[in-house]
Design a protein around this ligand. Sequence first.
Ligand code: ATP
Length: 257
Amino acid sequence: MISCSNILVKVGDKTLIEDINCDIARGDYLCIVGPNGSGKSTFLKTLFALQPVSGGKISIDGQMLSHYSQKKLAQLISYVPQTGGSHLSFNVEEFVRMARYSYHHIFSEWQSQDQDAVENALTITDSQPFRFRKMSTLSGGECQRVMIAAALAQDTPVLMLDEPTAFLDPHHQVAVHQLIRKLNQQLHKTIIEVTHDINHAAQHSKHVLALLDGKCLWHGPAEQFLDAERLQQLYQQAFVFAKHPHHDRLIAVADES
Ligand SMILES: Nc1ncnc2c1ncn2[C@@H]1O[C@H](COP(=O)(O)OP(=O)(O)OP(=O)(O)O)[C@@H](O)[C@H]1O
């Protein structure tokens, strides 16, 4: 569905992304991992043209990304940024309603399916209790849930999330992970998620793309990702491994000894 070849991103003299080749199939759940500053967010943003590329090709469904209108892209891809929203003076409901803009033109009326999408998104992300609060008054975790709600209300086949659980407590982390899995497994949405949670990536995604210094260190099936040498090379950090008590897959813990 999404195909990237030889992606290069330069800002001035600095190369942020180099020579990334990656195909993402419809219905895939890809986690992008790697150390701080390795280019994960930059690469994610190239996939929907928020970050211009200096070289290489990105196509979606066989059509060059540069040929998509902004509105068409908004019907195809929703994006949950790492941070943001907390400076906005809109209230939560107003913000989530805006996610429906790509289904409207200047004279079109708000439809019942628009309201249903907004209500569903607020409910599913546990954001109903603060729907009338200003975005600027929300906590980091509440704001993150509203950003996810807006992406859900946008109702696109592809969902791109940049560390969607970074500010969430354990209960809401699990809830968001379960929601993402449901969107992928039951609604067949294509998920691309940047995460530092390597166990979540290994256990719950389908493929992992590991970036190091703006390049692809490894891209493969999620169940093969957790490997001592690979993690050492990726994070300059030793890990210890154990089997998850509920299933056979490995979990990795950074070795602090
Ligand atoms: N516009 C820019 N100008 C110069 N450097 C930039 C620019 N945008 C990003 N960078 C740098 O590019 C590198 C990659 O940034 P990016 O945000 O993609 O990393 P990341 O892997 O998502 O990091 P983190 O895990 O810390 O969120 C970083 O060193 C960052 O400082």
